[in-house]
Design a protein around this ligand. Structure first.
Ligand code: MG
Length: 236
């Protein structure tokens, strides 16, 4: 296949995805649902972070989760054990979730009005950057075991994200990771990026992350067009 033809097919796929993402975004906004798209390398600790987040939020805010992995439903099972409804999507050979998958998952999950929807994307820092799912924000999780140069090696992802969570800070004494350098690199790519350092294992920094979620949920709720308690299909 010629280079030009490949580029043209890619552009059409992305344009179709953007249209569906816009639909998802409208659907979520009407319901005052805050949707966050969590992206990272494999093993950065997204699922552990989600479990801790659900445990902290669930008494006050309903949380639902869409889990993306190539295979298995291990992560959805962990999320359900933490007390949140979760839908696992297996992408097979695919390296990312897309807006069609998320739209179909929304119909099946039916998250309540004014709730939080956490989307755990397939672990890699490349493809998920290009695919809008209709989320309010991408949250990139960078763990200290990965190396502080990731933001410059994979700039698209850090440019697309609104927040960077630097995770596994409890392991800082054991690894060669320069926190200032990682933040500096990330801000070079995206000067507007918010940064919070956390340890999903010890709980350090999680309050700042939860405050960030609450602040964005308040904004999502402010534009909700349906009364609280309304079913997700718009009927009581
Ligand atoms: Mg996971």
């Amino acid at each position: 296949m010629s280079q030009a033809r490949m580029v043209s097919i890619e552009q059409r796929i992305l344009a179709k995805n953007d249209g569906l993402a816009k639909e998802n975004r409208r659907w979520l906004a009407e319901r005052g649902i805050l949707a966050l798209n969590l992206v990272s390398s494999p093993g950065a600790g997204k699922t552990t972070l989600l479990v801790r987040t659900i445990e902290a939020l669930k008494a006050r805010v309903p949380v639902s989760v869409i889990e993306g992995d190539q295979q298995t439903s291990f992560d959805a099972e962990r999320i359900r054990s933490a007390g949140a409804p979760a839908l696992q999507i297996n992408t097979g050979k695919g390296c990312h979730l897309d807006a069609l998958m998320v739209g179909q998952a929304l119909t099946r999950l039916a998250p309540p009005v004014e709730s939080v929807l956490l989307i755990e994307n397939v672990g890699n820092l490349v493809c998920p950057a290009a695919f809008d799912l209709g989320e309010k924000a991408k949250v990139v999780v960078l763990s200290v075991t990965e190396g502080d140069d990731k933001p410059l090696k994979y700039p698209d992802m850090f440019a697309a994200a609104s927040l960077m969570l630097i995770n596994k800070t409890d392991l800082l004494p054991y690894v060669d990771f320069n926190m200032e350098k990682a933040i500096d690199f990330a801000l070079r790519v995206n000067p507007a990026l918010a940064v919070i350092a956390v340890s999903a294992t010890t709980g350090a920094g999680l309050d700042a992350w939860l405050d960030w979620v609450h602040a964005h949920l308040d904004k999502a709720r402010a534009v909700c067009r349906l009364p609280a308690g309304t079913g997700t299909d718009g009927e009581s």
